[in-house]
Ligand binder design. Structure first.
Ligand code: GLN
Length: 305
């Protein structure tokens, strides 16, 4: 009941405290930081202004929206879908229920791609790579790479047309749209060379120098056991990796020979316990100078590059 966490006489501080304990009692994780993000969103202010105005009355014109947003959070909805935004690599990204919420570990994948690619194509040199971000979702990876390296050509693909629209909007938001292409399709199928099985007859051969992807990788049997915030709100299409979670990697690796040439760099994000299997898949299709596994902040083998 709304009386449980809000009264019109509340100061901003009281509204925050009451909403936090209301959410905490319901077992909502990180109640304090969720409440803070919702408050900044509702009032349209910066954190410094919030701290300054803590003792002011809660603005009456925002009260109804505040009650509604706290209710949505109480029901378990991720705060990023409520406010429509998440930060990634220092930039705000629009998120919708058609897209996965970008995760901080994925910033390490971006970092690893920048480091590896800078060795092959020095940023001040004449050559720049063509990069494909497969399953781009919000465009977090592709838009960030295009923003960090303005000389690169970046193509973002997704099976979901709705996700692709979000990625396009994020590219425009970060002034990278002019240097990016957006392709709807299944994994590497849109990039098959002319004459390859499944290739569009009028397709132009693109040479992919760098393939990066954070595909769905949750084993089908584990979907039901995910945290409710993830399971009930994030798109199934972005999570479900088939029986053992490795379907998207297996299929992408199988599709590599249909490309005009093998990419110089392949960088994948993956789930717990999948790194050795994905590295083995890659070894089967080509000679790589180096296959590196990157461990994330939680000690999980998270990326293969
Ligand atoms: N590439 C997007 C991201 O890293 C989406 C990943 C996904 O939906 N599996 O956020």
């Amino acid at each position: 009941d709304e009386q449980a966490f809000f009264a019109p006489s509340f100061t901003i501080r009281e509204a925050c405290m009451q909403a936090s304990s209301f959410l905490a009692e319901l077992g909502v994780m990180e109640p304090r930081s969720n409440v803070e993000r919702l408050l900044l969103h509702v009032l349209g202010i910066e954190r410094s202004a919030m701290l300054r105005d803590f003792g002011e009355p809660f603005p009456a014109e925002h009260a109804a929206e505040w009650v509604e947003l706290i209710r949505r959070k109480a029901a378990g909805e991720p705060v990023q879908y409520i406010i429509g935004e998440e930060w990634f690599y220092g930039r705000p990204f629009t998120v919708t229920p058609a897209t996965l919420i970008p995760r901080p570990e994925t910033e390490l994948l971006v970092e690893a791609v920048l480091e590896a690619a800078d060795k092959l194509w020095p940023p001040d040199g004449a050559e720049a790579p063509t990069v494909v971000d497969v399953g781009t979702g919000t465009g977090a990876i592709g838009v960030t790479l295009a923003s960090q390296r303005p000389g690169w050509r970046v193509c973002a693909s997704d099976l979901s047309p709705d996700a692709l629209e979000v990625a396009r909007a994020n590219a425009a938001r970060h002034e990278a749209a002019g240097r990016m292409a957006f392709v709807q399709g299944d994994l590497l199928a849109p990039f098959a060379k002319r004459g390859a099985a499944g290739a569009a007859p009028d397709a132009e051969d693109v040479r992919i120098d760098v393939l990066v992807s954070n595909p769905p990788y949750i084993p089908a049997d584990d979907l039901a056991g995910l945290q409710p915030e993830v399971r009930d709100y994030e798109p199934r299409l972005a999570l479900d990796g088939g029986a053992d979670g490795l379907d998207p990697y297996r299929r992408m690796v199988e599709q590599l020979p249909s490309l005009a040439q093998l990419p110089r760099i392949v960088a994948f994000e993956l789930g717990m316990g999948q790194a050795q299997d994905v590295a083995a898949l890659l070894r089967n299709v080509g000679e790589w100078d180096d296959i590196r596994i990157i461990t994330d902040y939680s000690g999980i083998e998270r990326h293969v590059i």
